[in-house]
Ligand binder design. Structure first.
Ligand SMILES: [Cu+2]
Length: 139
């Protein structure tokens, strides 16, 4: 009897092991499936990277009475400025390029420029004299 009990226990252990392996394999498949999906997502993102639009985007902040940074170097011809933070009422003006934007938190605006050095400033009141002026270098 004790021998039979031993066999039954052994069978039970084997069944449990097989069950464990089955569950483990199932999980592995699930993991593989999800990692395949991740690979797919990365592939989907690559064209955005090669577009390099993010690299040409420059973040600035503005307030009373400054632009930060006030010396910006970017690759042209298309330039996108993102206003990460603006406090107060200000503008971003480049006379030579016909650019004039009223600045708001989080806004983005774009323009095109030939390589060169441009002066940007805020044209509200006497803000420019108070320090809201900077240099944009387009490479
Ligand atoms: Cu201003």
């Amino acid at each position: 009897m004790s021998k039979n009990t031993g066999i039954i226990v052994a069978l039970g252990v084997i069944v449990l092991l097989l069950g464990g392996i089955y569950v483990f394999k199932g999980n592995q498949n699930a993991l593989m499936t999800s990692s395949n999906q991740e690979v797919g997502e990365v592939v989907d993102k690559e064209p955005v990277k090669s577009g390099q639009t993010e690299i040409e985007m420059v973040e600035i902040s503005s307030g009373n009475y400054f632009f930060e940074p006030n010396e910006i170097t970017v690759k042209g011809p298309k330039i996108t400025i993102k206003v990460a933070k603006n406090s107060g009422i200000h503008t971003f003006v480049i006379d030579e390029l016909g650019v004039k934007e009223s600045l708001k938190n989080g806004m983005e605006f774009s323009f095109e420029a030939e390589p060169g050095t441009y002066t940007f400033y805020c044209d509200i009141g006497n803000h420019r004299q108070l320090g809201m002026e900077g240099t944009l270098v387009v490479e």
